[in-house]
Design a protein around this ligand. Structure first.
Ligand SMILES: [Fe+2]
Length: 299
């Protein structure tokens, strides 16, 4: 367990524990240095428009807006989603594949998150919250505690359809949304959300963040004697799927909670430290144990 008096390290650098608990609010679109859309005025104008619209819908609790996607956005979707689907059929976990089939996400048209949200509500009482961009971790999980999953609605830049430095519609819709159809997955996720929302201790938030990073975001899982891809960050990247399973640069260790919560990571490049969970119920039991050890009161 992380020691509460020790300095917290995140992404290789010391951080103030308080930023884990009271995150900053980003009120304007910021593209990080090296973003492929920098310098493309048309792209930035579209991003600003979607930023304002989705932020308004999030803050006013209006649900995902219906978006009229333009030709370039549709082109990117049509280029990336079939390539991902081919990899999913071979390497994704059954939890994911079944849900993706049930949602009938098409490779032709970009789905409207508003409609997917209504479907999720009927299946697992989860819903989608429109997000203008990556939300600070604690804000993100406060929505999840309330069974809302924040999702972006913009697309990555067309010059690099296989790559995005930030979560976008392809990451969220093809990585995160399908498993929300699974009840056990939804319960695992909302328990992380409730625990994050209920603690005021930075080191506990960081531990839960790492737990979800190495499972929900970048987890591998065992299924019928095989290792399958489970995490949304891997499932939404044509490069990351084969890399996660086959690259000799990647260490793949059994998911041991105390190791996981003490493992730092760097989100800016392909993930070379991965953990394999034996099952979804295992992750649930481990998480419940962790929350209990932390003394976080969750219902
Ligand atoms: Fe994600």
């Amino acid at each position: 367990m992380l020691n509460e008096t020790s300095t917290l390290i995140e992404y290789g650098a010391p951080i103030d524990a308080q930023t884990m608990v009271t995150p900053p609010d980003v009120t304007e679109l910021e593209l990080e240095p090296g973003h492929p859309g920098l310098g493309d005025e048309v792209y930035i104008r579209r991003r600003k428009e979607l930023f304002a619209l989705c932020r308004k819908h999030r803050l006013q609790r209006l649900g995902p807006p219906i978006i009229e996607y333009n030709a370039e956005e549709t082109r990117i979707w049509r280029e990336v989603s079939p390539k991902l689907d081919e990899l999913h059929q071979k390497y994704a976990s059954q939890i994911y594949l079944k849900a993706k089939r049930d949602l009938a996400i098409t490779q032709e048209e970009i789905p409207q998150l508003r409609l997917l949200s209504e479907r999720l509500r009927r299946e697992t009482q989860m819903h989608l919250v429109p997000a203008e961009g990556a939300l600070p971790y604690r804000t993100f999980y406060e929505y999840i505690a309330d069974r809302g999953f924040p999702v972006t609605q913009f697309l990555r830049h067309g010059s690099h359809p296989e790559f995005t430095p930030e979560p976008d519609m392809i990451h969220d819709c093809l990585g995160h949304v399908p498993p929300l159809m699974n009840r056990d997955y939804a319960e695992l996720l909302t328990l992380i959300g409730k625990a994050v929302a209920a603690t005021n201790r930075g080191e506990q938030v960081l531990s839960l963040k790492r737990f979800s990073w190495f499972s929900i975001e970048f987890g591998l899982i065992q299924e019928a004697g095989e290792v399958k891809v489970f995490g949304a960050g891997i499932l939404s990247s044509t490069g990351e799927i084969p890399y996660s399973l086959f690259s000799p640069e990647v260490t793949r260790r059994p998911f041991v909670t105390d190791v996981v919560i003490n493992t730092d990571y760097d989100p800016s490049h392909m993930q070379n430290k991965l953990f394999i969970a034996p099952s979804l119920p295992f992750l649930r039991r481990e998480l419940e144990g962790l929350v209990r050890r932390f003394g976080i009161p969750v219902v």
